[in-house]
Design a binder for this molecule. Structure first.
Ligand SMILES: [Zn+2]
Length: 290
């Protein structure tokens, strides 16, 4: 459940800004199918609800707005913002317990035929036996169910957005992946932050000379070719954050690292805007090595 003091806005400013810009665009430039992936499904869910709130707000559009739509969504009681899981929003005669069922898919399809005053948001996810949010996978969200909804995902009624929450893109059926705009949602929990992908490349980067920029550039390009580019950027930030933590007494190094973390943040934003990855990485490298 979202509280008024919403950590999602603080934890994911780049995603919030990205969607705010899309929603404020006069054409409401937001994808119909949005896939979030990462280990923190609750954060993905809260993010989807916050975007649903921004899409439906009939008040002053501020994060604190308390119009009826915003209030309903904060209480997760909005009639047009629905959780779709194996235990939520099933037809009355549906006794399937382990999957989002084909009957459920048909019900959704029929419900969407009726026009709505709201911007409809359907959040596809899973829940464990205690009701905790979990990610979709090929067991709880199977191909026949997805196929029953494929046309709807491709050409949804206006003002309708589907979210798919999953731990890893490889857990999702490919027909959804290919139709969705995918966003990595890094976990902000206090678990040790992973930088295993980038450690070898970045060890000693602070000592690199200007004539070694292209070398660093080539190494990062190789990383983003083999991995998810957003994940690589997040891990670079994790690496820098760890360096920062162990060098808090060193004022000059601290300023340099904060500069670098911001430079990677800029690269993440550019990636969300679908700018050319080679250009993004090159700009980043020149900004890191002064
Ligand atoms: Zn509002």
């Amino acid at each position: 459940m979202l509280s008024l003091n919403n950590p999602v806005r603080e934890n994911y400013p780049f995603l919030i800004n990205y969607f705010t810009k899309g929603i404020e665009n006069e054409n409401k430039n937001v994808a119909h199918c949005i896939l979030f992936y990462g280990t923190d499904i609750q954060a993905q869910y809260d993010l989807a609800l916050e975007i649903a709130r921004m899409l439906n707000c009939s008040g002053d559009k501020s994060p604190e707005c308390n119009c009826l739509n915003c209030k309903w969504i904060r209480e997760n009681q909005h009639p047009a913002v629905l959780t779709i899981s194996k235990v939520d929003n099933k037809p009355a005669n549906d006794d399937s317990k382990t999957v989002i069922s084909i009957e459920q898919a048909r019900m959704i399809k029929n419900d969407l035929l009726v026009s709505s005053d709201y911007h409809r948001v359907l959040i596809f996810c899973d829940k464990d036996k205690d009701g905790n949010l979990c990610g979709l996978n090929e067991i709880n969200f199977q191909e026949p169910t997805a196929n029953a909804l494929l046309k709807t995902f491709e050409e949804p009624p206006s003002r309708t957005t589907f979210f798919f929450l999953t731990k890893d893109k490889t857990d999702m059926i490919s027909t959804i992946i290919s139709r969705a705009q995918c966003f990595f949602v890094p976990s902000m929990k206090e678990e040790p932050r992973d930088y295993s992908l980038v450690k070898d490349t970045f060890d000693g980067y602070l000592e690199l000379e200007r004539n070694e920029v292209l070398d660093l550039n080539d190494k990062i390009i190789a990383l983003v070719r083999e991995n998810d580019p957003m994940e690589v950027l997040v891990q670079i930030q994790n690496y820098m954050a760890e360096l920062l933590k162990s060098n808090l007494h060193n004022r000059i190094l601290k300023i340099k690292l904060i500069h670098d973390i911001n430079a990677v943040e800029k690269a993440k934003k550019e990636l969300l805007l679908n700018m050319n990855i080679n250009t993004i990485i090159e700009t980043l490298c020149f900004s890191l090595i002064l």
